[in-house]
Design a binder for this molecule. Sequence first.
Ligand SMILES: [Zn+2]
Length: 107
Amino acid sequence: MTDSDNELWDNLVAPWKAARPTQLQRPVGCLECRMTGYAGRIGIYEILLMSPALRKTINAETDIAALREQASREGMKPLRISGAQKVAAGLTTLEEVVKIAPPPDQS
Ligand SMILES: [Zn+2]
């Protein structure tokens, strides 16, 4: 991980904490992937499981911040963290996840 990788990683997972991976994959490119370095697709997900506590926060005037907070308390994993785990597993790159997963305050 270079300094700019570390910065990108910290930005991706903020405001959560996630240990930096020791190694990252880099797109190289070949004829097979038309020189992009990427092939195929994988999904990253953010799943909110309904609970009695969450149900109570949902109404016509739902406070989204409070909803997110309660969801986090109940173990909801944010989209960017799901993406970061795919990066750490060597399945994709930091750049790719940053490109597709919006920062938490915009999602
Ligand atoms: Zn290739």
